[in-house]
Design a protein around this ligand. Sequence first.
Ligand code: DGL
Length: 274
Amino acid sequence: MKTDANRPIGVFDSGVGGLTVAHALKQVMPEESMIYFGDTAHLPYGEKSPEAILHYADKITRFLMDQNCKTVVIACNTASSVAYRPLRDSYGEEVDIVNVIDPVVEYYLSHLAPAKVGVIGTKATIRSGAYEKKIKGISPEANVISRATPLLVPMIEEGFIFDNISNAIIRAYLSDEALRSVEALILGCTHYPIIKNQISKFYDFSVEILDSAAIVARTVKNLLDRRGLLRRKKGDGEKDVFYVSDYTSYFEKISGMFFEEKINLKKLDLWKDE
Ligand code: DGL
């Protein structure tokens, strides 16, 4: 592995969801630079087969490595649940790859277990059983309720947030009998922190809602620190770059929720020669 700490952190997701993680990374490490890839052309990943998701995630990881990234953060639960292991097996010697599931599972086990925990995520994430397997692998008696909530990603990507439509959809999903009685809820999709407040409100703010953003950002910081790869000083005039595989005006708009300055947005189709 290369030792130059001034290299950027690579982050990717299918769309705007990973911005929740990107924002948290910048909060805990403002001096770091970042390259973000939102695979908006293939969104939603949650409806795709594991083979397709791995195919997209592999290409993006390769691209971020070619951009000289010092670590690659899979800021997507769906890609983390099906592509993390194969990517780590292929590229783990060359670059550190971080997924968004393990840090949250560790947090739950060390801070909240044995509280009855719900996990909501895309169809692909819930079908993979990633959270349940990891939690029960360490704590077999854990009470874990997993439910797919597939309308939430298109709803958020279409800009239905903080309104009656999003409230009705959130209510319809969380009214599920088993989910209603959880003591903690894992937002198993990086898009969901965008509607975290509405979800908390459904539970009258009495349920601990866990999302990956801040927890994963701390994990990445610790990892870089251990590797001696933490950057001490920001480069002059350096700007983070945000690539999307298809341009949507909404991506830029939602980025305004997370970053004060207008982002440096570029369209890049990594699959055009296929
Ligand atoms: N943000 C992604 C996740 O964490 C998924 C969204 C999608 O279905 O594309 O699962």
